[in-house]
Write a protein that binds this ligand. Structure first.
Ligand code: MIC
Ligand code: SF4
Length: 640
């Protein structure tokens, strides 16, 4: 039988395991990326592993998340990242150069290559056919040290795209439609592979918008074929040699097939506070919009911003609306400047921000109290914008621009004729000179560590039995933003676990930290899809620091589950989901850890009387890692 693209790339990188969905497989990783917010920890871990130089074909350290440099902590982190990259052989992308995923797509992503990144939107590179996955920082550190990356062999879903987008419908509306159909947990354990005649009608930036938001489905990855469109894109980016053709065999089999007729789609939004709360813009018409924000790794390409510039040219945004624009890279800015497209944006009243994540993770640009913000981003979790009661709608750049012009969501039928589809110029200006490539030999380079860089903490082995209190009980779809919020203040503590731990669950229950400290540790109880969203391992590391020994939930998001294992927290699943009701905050629970076997239930005792069955989906290796107290202990890293 023929192979699909996912199977082809996996087969070419398979180091261990059988390619049967559900099996654990080990993959050779060609490229890695880290960003500043997860990168400081990942690089500290890489140092602890003790390898003299990265062993990947390419590792890039981007600084794009927290570029505010308010106080010494944040610039200390950047300095550490710059020096550590030079010492160990990684490319360094300084703050302001652009957003990691946009830069990686433009400069480094390769069809057929494997890429893991310590950021959940790493699958953006699937837009050029790279099997790219988000991972915890420690998993990326190990890949940089030449170790395999272990995942569960995914199921492969074929998304058959029929027809062509019409009117004001965009790539963003394709993925918002899919999210509405499948929900934020619909992609767990799956790779989404796009196929059908609609593929050829989508440019690489459009494809990347779709693969980017595959993360919101909970998917392991998303892939487009590498075809004539990819070839043209890579040539324009000045790297035609990176092109290889990649498509599924005609007889390839898939685990599921979904068909989308592109010609039927219309402008959509994801309503507050989940990316799967899809609604048509038409149904929202009339709602006041207080802020529009255009950018993020989802929609900050040259094509996105050129379209916006064309829509705003000669017009002024509604005076009651604020419009923020953060281009995805300096290359995008240079391309816009070359065509005099910055001026119409400025003249319309847009505020041009640095090429960085910015408002997407609450680093500036927060909406007003209770305000409505139309954002071209990928996540609208409660409070993520920095304003707890703001209402964030995820939309296309076209919808955000129209909302800024009118001050309202309006029916797309009244928008007139859309500007012509933007095509990529044959050749684009290079920004390659901005990347700092490492010297051949880095051993003499001194790594600079300001006081914000705190040495890694070692954790003890797991005890024979865990008994403790439920320190917090939460519901379904708890995100890592709930567990540990973004924003410039908290994010500048990412290289300092004791300090960041004070913020765990702060917006969910401000008494959580004092309570768990007083309890001397405990367990967390949650519902479905616990830990969805980001790859930040701090959402496992900081709870572990506070003494969280287990999370007991109905189901888990993929990357967070891996992070719990990496830091020795037991991810336990209810055998009977109704037992969730038997646990309350303060319940005492005893779990016989020594009796645990991979995939087998154990009996836990609640308040010394009721018995409930808890199971796990751990492999033998993962269970060993947890029992050893975490992956660094298991691989014998030296610590610093
Ligand atoms: C996000 O979009 O939530 C982030 C901020 O990019 C995170 C990474 C982080 O928390 O540092 C992600 O997506 O993994
Ligand atoms: Fe940055 Fe937002 Fe993309 Fe995360 S989702 S990488 S914060 S732009």
């Amino acid at each position: 039988m023929g192979k699909n693209i996912t199977q082809k790339i996996i087969a070419a990188h398979l180091l261990s395991g059988k390619m049967k969905p559900g099996n654990e497989i080990g993959l050779r990783i060609d490229q890695t990326l880290t960003q500043d917010a997860t990168g400081t920890m990942a690089w500290l871990q890489f140092e602890a592993i003790g390898v003299p130089r990265v062993k990947t074909e390419l590792s890039v350290s981007y600084v794009d998340h927290n570029t505010m440099q308010q106080g010494f902590r944040n610039p200390d982190d950047h300095q550490f990242l710059r020096t550590v990259a030079a010492k160990y052989g990684a490319v360094y992308s300084p703050p302001g150069t652009g957003i990691c995923h946009q830069l990686h797509l433009e400069n480094f992503a390769k069809p057929g290559a494997t890429l893991i990144g310590s950021d959940s939107h790493t699958p953006t590179a699937g837009g050029v056919g790279s099997l790219s996955m988000g991972a915890g920082g420690l998993s990326v550190a190990l890949a940089m040290a030449g170790e395999p990356y272990y995942i569960t062999m995914p199921k492969v879903v074929k998304v058959q795209l029929e027809g062509e987008l019409t009117g004001w419908a965009t790539a963003k509306d394709i993925i918002l439609h899919l999210l509405g159909m499948l929900t934020v947990k619909g992609g767990v354990g799956k790779v989404f592979e796009y196929a059908g005649p609609g593929v050829a009608t989508l440019s690489v930036p459009e494809r990347a918008t779709i693969t980017n938001m595959g993360a919101e489905l909970g998917a392991t990855g998303s892939l487009f074929p590498s075809d004539a469109v990819t070839k043209k894109f890579l040539a324009a980016m000045g790297r035609p040699e990176d092109y290889v053709a990649l498509k599924a065999d005609p007889s390839a089999a898939y685990d599921e097939v979904i068909v989308i007729d592109l010609s039927k789609l219309e402008p959509m939004a994801a309503q507050p506070h989940m990316p799967d709360r899809a609604a048509t813009i038409k149904s929202l018409a009339g709602m006041k919009v207080d802020q529009s924000a255009i950018g993020s790794c989802t929609n900050s390409s040259y094509s996105d911003l050129k379209t916006v510039a064309q829509m705003l040219a000669g017009k002024r945004i509604d005076p009651s609306t604020d419009l923020l624009i953060a281009p995805g890279s300096k290359q995008v800015v240079k391309m816009l400047a070359a065509e005099n497209l910055i001026e119409p944006l400025l003249d319309a009243g847009a505020r041009m921000l640095e090429c960085a994540c910015g408002p997407c993770i609450g680093i500036g640009g927060s909406p007003t109290s209770g305000g409505v913000s139309a954002r071209t981003f990928n996540r609208n979790f409660e409070g993520r914008s920095g304003t707890q009661d703001a209402k964030v709608y995820l939309v296309s750049p076209q919808t955000a621009a129209m909302a800024a012009l009118t001050g309202h969501f309006t029916d797309p039928a009244t928008w007139g004729t859309p500007p012509a589809k933007v095509s990529m110029p044959k050749k684009v200006p290079s920004i390659r000179q901005l990347f700092i490539f490492p010297p051949e030999v880095g051993s003499k380079i001194e790594v600079r560590r300001g006081p914000n860089i705190v040495a890694l903490q070692r954790f003890e082995k797991a005890p024979e039995a865990v008994s403790g209190k439920v320190a917090l009980k939460v519901g379904d779809d708890i995100t890592t933003d709930h567990i540990l919020p973004g924003g410039s203040q908290v994010m500048s503590l990412r290289s300092n676990i004791p300090a960041i731990s004070e913020h765990v669950f702060i917006n969910v229950d401000k008494d959580f930290v004092p309570r768990i400290k007083q309890m001397g540790g405990g367990v967390i109880v949650g519902g479905e899809n616990y830990g969805q969203g980001s790859s930040r391992e701090h959402a496992a590391l900081a709870p572990r620091h506070l003494g969280v020994k287990a999370v007991i939930v109905k189901s888990l998001a993929r990357i967070h589950r891996a992070n719990l294992v990496n830091f020795g927290i037991l991810p336990l699943l209810f055998v009977d989901k109704d037992d969730y009701d038997k646990l309350a905050q303060g319940s005492e629970i005893a779990i016989p850890v020594a009796k645990m076997k991979p995939g087998k239930p154990v009996e836990a005792v609640v308040d010394q009387k009721a018995k409930i069955k808890l199971t796990n989906d751990l492999t033998a290796k993962e269970l060993d890692i947890i029992l050893a107290g975490g992956l660094l202990n298991a691989v014998g890293g030296s610590g610093h």
